[in-house]
Design a protein around this ligand. Structure first.
Ligand code: ADP
Length: 481
């Protein structure tokens, strides 16, 4: 089985969120079960810097986009082959999707149109490469046009899988862009990529791909309903029999508290002593009071409505009364960033805030915190709740999407049976959050029970192997069809 895995970001070459973690790890997991999986993505400056053994495969001039070239190289660490699309004016800039003020780049339709076009071309019969994929695996709206390009190319197109990592990002552009992107007028239809008078890259993927997947079984069901479907629920329900929920894994090597170069001290389920050293080091690093007993609550997330940090802000007066400390890392909406800044300024030593993106600090918060907060409004899969379980930092989550699928609520029964790994809110509001954090803190004071909870999460298998086999099952199915 040969698979071209097209994505707009992949760790460690370029990352803004979970899509990069998946794109960095899933192709490697597929390789391990015998699939020849290769990644296609843009040659951002960071990707050019970090990819290994780069060489140019060809250069081309395209009427719509001007000059572009294809480089071939490898991911550092796992050696997965990667093709990078070099295009000076599209990809040689900092900021994958937005400028430094958070505004989408005005030429995103053309940038990701080019990526989609390359994906379709390199997966199809006219590809100049000697690598002929059996399946094109497209990820999120940035690759949404690829199944459309293949569809309109005619003949017998290479089968496509389109994975939704987050339905909230839909790649919506003015209809005039259709012509610039070289797509036929008939594609702009309700049975196609038209979406309320605009052009949606996401809808193109959902409509034209042979099979759809999303990143957790619960989210696969949720997105067919009005509450979570973001306007696509009708189409998704129609395609329900072609839609599979496959849970993301995590990179168990990269996220391993026993061998994590970012941490102050290693620790494991068998030897938890280092956890306290990481807490102390984190308190020092962030200027929190060096109090070993104060429960330290961690958050690492994009600061957007999705992640529910506004609910944490609303609950903060009561959470502080419970004696908690906070370590918060994130960036996103200005309103939320400012609200967090105000809170941190008002409570020095109790609330530490770092605005920005910091991979190492993300690891140190997972390790140094006692409890992880992730009360997302919706969550396709979510990775941090899995990282936190692996790092012995039981998460408090809202029962949606992948959070519902990966965290087992600490009830009396699940604590007794050894299944419990965290705390799950049925409803998302400030009162429920305070209640759940309070319950977590009560258990936290019972050292033996708490360590059992930590170990339950730390010894769970969140690896990619099972999911890689499920993806292979999907690839085989669409090839047969
Ligand atoms: P999403 O993809 O919706 O942002 P996920 O939980 O699936 O959420 O994945 C987020 C990934 O990005 C995780 O690896 C998380 O640690 C990382 N991350 C998010 N924000 C930051 C940040 N400010 N600094 C470091 N890592 C971050």
């Amino acid at each position: 089985m040969k698979v071209l895995f097209a994505t707009s970001e992949a760790h460690p070459l370029a990352k803004t969120g979970g899509l990069a973690d998946v794109s960095g790890a899933l192709p490697a997991a597929l390789q391990e079960i015998g699939v020849d999986a290769r990644v296609l993505m843009p040659a951002y400056p960071s990707a050019l810097e970090k990819a290994q053994n780069l060489s140019r495969v060809f250069r081309i001039r395209l009427p719509e986009h001007g000059e572009a070239s294809l480089l071939r190289g490898m991911f550092p660490g796992n050696g997965v082959p990667v093709y990078l699309i070099e295009h000076k004016s599209y990809f040689e800039r900092e900021g994958l999707y937005q400028d430094e003020t958070g505004r989408d780049w005005p030429d995103n339709a053309m940038r990701f149109g080019l990526l989609s076009q390359f994906a379709a071309w390199l997966a199809g019969p006219k590809s100049p490469l000697d690598f002929r994929p059996d399946v094109l695996h497209c990820n999120d709206w940035q690759i949404g046009l690829a199944p459309a390009y293949l569809h309109f190319e005619g003949a017998k197109p290479t089968p496509t899988v389109f994975t939704v990592h987050n339905l909230a990002y839909q790649g919506i552009f003015p209809p005039e862009d259709l012509k610039k992107l070289g797509l036929p007028p008939e594609s702009f239809s309700i049975d196609g990529m038209e979406y309320y008078g605009k052009l949606s890259f996401l809808k193109a993927g959902l409509y034209y791909a042979n099979h759809l997947t999303t990143v957790s079984p619960t989210y696969a069901g949720e997105i067919q309903t009005e509450a979570f479907g973001m306007g696509m629920q009708g189409l998704l329900a129609t395609r329900g029999k072609d839609l599979t929920g496959i849970l993301n894994g995590i990179d168990m090597r990269e996220w391993n508290p026993a061998a994590d170069p970012h941490l102050a001290a290693p620790y494991s389920a068998d030897n938890l002593a280092g956890k306290a050293l990481n807490k102390r080091a984190l308190q020092d690093e962030l200027g929190l009071q060096p109090d070993a007993k104060a429960p330290l609550l961690g958050m690492v997330s994009r600061l957007t409505q999705q992640k529910g940090s506004d609910v944490v802000i609303e609950a903060m007066p009561q959470l502080l009364k419970l004696g908690a400390q906070f370590a918060v890392l994130g960036s996103g909406e200005a309103k939320l960033e400012n609200a967090w800044r105000d809170l941190a300024a008002a409570h020095p030593g109790r609330i530490a805030l770092k605005i920005g993106y910091n991979e190492g600090l993300g690891h140190r918060i997972e390790a140094g915190a006692d409890i992880f907060l992730m009360p997302s409004r919706f969550e396709p899969c979510g990775l941090n709740q899995m990282y936190s379980q692996r790092y012995g930092t039981p998460p408090v989550v809202h029962k949606v999407g992948g959070l519902a699928d990966t965290v087992s609520h600490a009830s009396l029964a699940s604590l007794a049976s050894g299944m419990a790994t965290g705390f799950v809110l049925d409803r998302l509001d400030a009162a429920s959050l305070v209640d759940a954090v309070n319950r977590a803190m009560v258990l936290y004071r019972h050292k033996h029970a708490w360590q059992k909870l930590m170990r339950n999460g730390m010894t769970r298998d969140f690896g990619w192997t099972k999911s890689a086999h499920q993806y292979l099952g999907v690839y085989k199915k669409i090839c047969r069809a």
